[in-house]
Unconditional design. Structure first.
Length: 340
């Protein structure tokens, strides 16, 4: 039966065409965006997981930037410390030459002074990210010789955490500009080691005390006592003067410089190890980001080959649907021929 009020065939054809158009819109969107899930409506579970991974990747990227800043500070301190060790070697060479009774002490003292000035310059200008780990002020508010460096970001369930690793800068602090003489920046153990290594049968180098002051490696005051010691009886590396010093005192200076150099080499090795650790952690963080990116892709990315093939098929179906609707709509008009 043909009705001029209800065209069932046209209604069915229209429903089919509407369904095809919806599929075509979805497929076209996937082809244009490259994603099969762009919102929670497309797949709530996958969308939530992918969004969490994207958020973690943002945190990992920020962590990598933070590690880069920390590594820059470490590398700067390492570069400055290496320069200082070179100058200490030059001072050691000058002191070795001064042990000869025929040496011109005044000229050798000029070499020592130049090296000491260079050490001060290197130390004061080893600044990175607004901080200096070689020249410090231990009585400044908030000062700590222990630096907390970011190392890793992790998520366990709904809990996220950022782990840190510590670096004790007292192993290589050179100058402490604290207002008081008893600053506590440098390592007591290291200073005691230096004093112990500098003990002679006729000269004893006392470890720093609250009176002499515990500061940086270059400005810690050691007390010299014993036979043959000339003034000054208290000396720090930055005040070494061999112009009028006798052989016993020069030999003591030499031992102090050598022991200090060994301690700073240990500090430099700690910096090198920490730099290597942060580089390794940064590379690992990048690997985690790449894995997350791959996981996100597997969850939300569209298969372009499949979608493009499907797009062609839907376009064909759309054309057929339009033709079917046209045919269905024309059937009611055939009734007019009955009235002619």
């Amino acid at each position: 039966m043909t009705s001029i009020l209800t065209n069932t065939s046209a209604t069915i054809a229209l429903q089919t065409l509407r369904s095809i158009n919806q599929q075509l819109d979805t497929t076209s969107n996937r082809v244009s965006t490259g994603q099969r899930i762009t919102s929670a409506a497309d797949g709530a579970a996958y969308w939530a997981i992918a969004s969490t991974l994207k958020s973690d990747n943002g945190s990992l990227s920020a962590l990598k930037d933070a590690m880069s800043l920390d590594k820059n500070s470490i590398d700067a301190a390492s570069a400055g410390l290496n320069k200082v060790i070179d100058q200490l070697t030059a001072i050691k060479n000058a002191l070795t030459s001064a042990t000869s009774e025929q040496a011109d002490k005044s000229k050798l003292q000029n070499d020592i002074k130049v090296a000491l000035n260079a050490i001060q310059t290197y130390s004061d200008n080893t600044v990175m990210n607004g901080s200096n780990w070689l020249t410090v002020k231990s009585d400044a508010t908030g000062f700590s010789a222990t630096k907390n460096l970011v190392a890793a970001y992790s998520r366990v369930g709904a809990t996220v955490s950022v782990s840190k690793t510590q670096l004790d800068t007292s192993a290589f602090i050179l100058f402490d500009n604290a207002a008081t003489a008893s600053g506590t920046a440098a390592s007591t153990t290291a200073m005691t080691t230096i004093a112990s290594a500098s003990t002679f049968t006729d000269v004893t180098v006392a470890a720093p005390t609250a009176t002499t002051g515990q500061k940086g490696f270059m400005d810690t005051a050691y007390t010299l006592t014993g036979v043959g010691v000339t003034v000054p009886a208290t000396v720090s590396l930055k005040t070494i003067d061999i112009t009028t010093a006798n052989q016993a005192t020069i030999s003591t200076y030499l031992k102090i410089v050598d022991a200090t150099t060994q301690q700073l080499l240990t500090g430099a090795s700690k910096l090198g190890s920490m730099s290597t650790l942060l580089k390794s952690q940064s590379d690992f963080t990048q690997q985690l980001m790449d894995i997350n990116t791959s996981s996100i892709g597997s969850l939300v990315d569209a298969n372009i080959e499949e979608e493009s093939t499907k797009l062609k098929a839907l376009q064909t179906q759309q054309q057929l649907g339009i033709q079917s609707l046209s045919i269905a709509n024309s059937s009611s008009q055939n009734v007019l021929s009955l009235f002619r």
